[in-house]
Each structure stands twice: as C-alpha cells, then as structure tokens.
Write a protein that binds this ligand. Structure first.
Ligand code: GLN
Length: 311
C-alpha cells in the first residue's frame, strides 16, 4: 500500500480541485476534443518504491496529445542518437505551441522537440526508412511497454478529427519540408504525428510510463533500462525549459519540476529520484496547458517539498 501520507495528500488535492469553479476552456480547435466534459480530474503519483497514490478519475483514458512528444523524443534519440539535433534545437521558444515565426530565421529547424514544429521534425526522423503504419505501431508499442499495459490504443476518431482540421500543422510541415528538415512525404509524417497525439491513456498509465525519467533511465520495479541516465537527465532538462511552451517559465516558477503538457488537459511531471506524476483536467489556460492540472501540481510539490529548486 502507498505511504498513507502520499495517498492522503493526493485525495485532498483531488477533492480541492473538484470544488473549484475556475476550470479553463477545453481545446476546441480539435473538434473531437471540444466535447470533453471539463468537470473531470485525475491525479496519480508513483513513488520510488512503486507505490501508487491515485485520486479522482485516475483510470479514465484521455487524449495524451503533446505528452506523446516526450516519448517520441526518447524513441528518436534511441534510433539516431545525437544526430537528431541536426533536425531540432534545444532552446525554449517563448512562443505558442503552434507558432511558425521562428522557423524562417532558423532555416526550418524548430527551436525544440516539444513545440509542434519540433515534434513533427522528430516524428519525421522516426518515420524515415519505415512505412507510416510501422512507425505508428512502433510508437504505440513503446507506450505499452513503458506502462506495462498492452490495452493502450489510439483513438482513431481524434486522429481523423485532427487530420481534417490540422491546417497549421500542415503549414508547419510544408514549411520545414521546403528547407529539407522534413524528409518524408508531408502527409505521411503528419499522419504519424496525428496518430501519436491521439493515443488515449489514463493518469495511472501515464505515471507508469514516465517512471524511467524519474530514476535515471530505469524502471525501478522491473529493473528494465529504457535510456541511459545521461539521456534521462537531458530529456528532463528539455521538459523543464520547453515542456509548457510559452508557459514553461511560469510552470517552473510555480511547480518546480520538469513536466510536459498536452491540449487534452494532461500533464506528466518528474520529481527526480522521488516520483513520477500524471494529472488530468481538460480545461486549459491561455497557453494551452491544463489550468487545474498546474494548480494541483503546485499544491502537490509545495506540500511534499518536491520542487527541484529547494523546499
Ligand atoms: N496534436 C496537437 C496539435 O498538433 C498537439 C498540441 C498540444 O497538445 N499542445 O495541435
């Protein structure tokens, strides 16, 4: 059983969040996400011993959206190593997740792997030498492996919904293609990107999948090594600086953990050596990050003294 303190804190935070009336707005630019009930909230914390503390809608699957970018980055680094950094940078963008402005000055190389342009470039690297179907299967199996749960699936309706309306992402991909940064046919790369964004997972599954980042690249329960400790550390650094787009500074200021958000309202966060965390509240703030998700994480790290910047 989880340490009673941790479970009590998670339950308290879930109860506090259920009572709040400020929820933000659900993403509406992806039609399929516009109909999600904003009154849902889930929180799961898994500590170093593998004890799971869960609160609220911890087992309800939601669209992980940009959270998938952490795992595609991990996969792409595993495939091509540091050659990946020819395709994408490592600097915060200070711009919205779907911005195109910096691409012109930087010859089509996106600022980091977590803005849409950067994630599309990473997806393109995973796709090279494969069929889209194989690349999608590879990413999905990686998520199932990390969570130890083969029931995880892609929500095809969400993927189709985004494909139909993804004019911005199509523009980003075409623009990068014009510089040779995207190498595969644009609609193949986008097809894989929309599909990995449409993976559906619960907070419990996501917190499990994130464990390797909290423990130097290894899942402490299975002992299975996913990446080197150096790589885990560096992915965490990127999440801290870029994981919340132009809200990354505020997230570091308030929560103090590496984290990655998605417009489905999910956030994963890493307390190195201590815990992996997943939270979900569909309403978003003006940067497209979960409003109550951030507030819940702030409450959690404050109570537990988990900020990487000190207690
Ligand atoms: N699939 C979404 C998009 O491309 C991901 C954005 C996000 O979660 N921030 O717009």
């Amino acid at each position: 059983h989880p340490a009673p303190d941790l479970q009590r804190i998670v339950t308290e935070i879930a109860d506090e969040m259920a009572q709040r009336t400020d929820r933000g707005d659900v993403a509406s630019y992806i039609p399929e996400l516009a109909g999600i009930d904003p009154n849902q909230f889930g929180l799961v914390v898994i500590d170093a011993d593998g004890q799971v503390a869960a609160g609220g809608d911890a087992d309800v699957p939601f669209s992980i959206q940009s959270i998938s970018k952490v795992f595609t980055l991990t996969l792409a680094l595993g495939m091509v190593g540091d050659r990946l950094w020819k395709h994408v940078g490592r600097e915060p963008s200070g711009n919205p997740f779907n911005s195109i402005v910096q691409l012109e000055r930087e010859r089509g190389v996106p600022r980091n792997p977590f803005i849409n342009a950067g994630a599309i470039a990473v997806t393109d690297v995973i796709l090279s030498g494969h069929q889209p179907r194989e690349a999608i299967g590879e990413i999905l199996r990686f998520m199932q492996f990390l969570s130890g749960d083969s029931s995880i699936v892609i929500d095809e309706t969400v993927a189709a919904s985004e494909k139909r309306t993804g004019f911005r992402n199509t523009a980003l991909a075409n623009y990068m293609k014009s510089f040779g940064v995207v190498e595969n046919p644009v609609d193949f790369t986008l097809g894989v990107y929309f599909h990995h964004c449409a993976i559906a997972m619960s907070c419990r599954q996501l917190a499990m999948a994130t464990r390797y980042l909290a423990y130097s690249g290894r899942n402490p329960s299975t002992g299975l090594s996913v990446v080197s400790s150096e790589r885990a550390r560096r992915i965490n650094a990127l999440m801290l600086m870029c994981g919340h787009y132009d809200g990354s500074g505020e997230f570091a200021y308030r929560v103090g953990l590496p984290g990655k958000s998605g417009v489905g309202g999910g956030i994963i966060a890493v307390a190195p050596g201590k815990a992996s965390i997943a939270v979900w509240a569909p309403g978003l703030d003006k940067h497209g990050n979960s409003h109550l998700g951030r507030i819940a994480l702030e409450a959690l790290t404050k109570r537990l003294g988990w900020s990487i910047f000190g207690v």
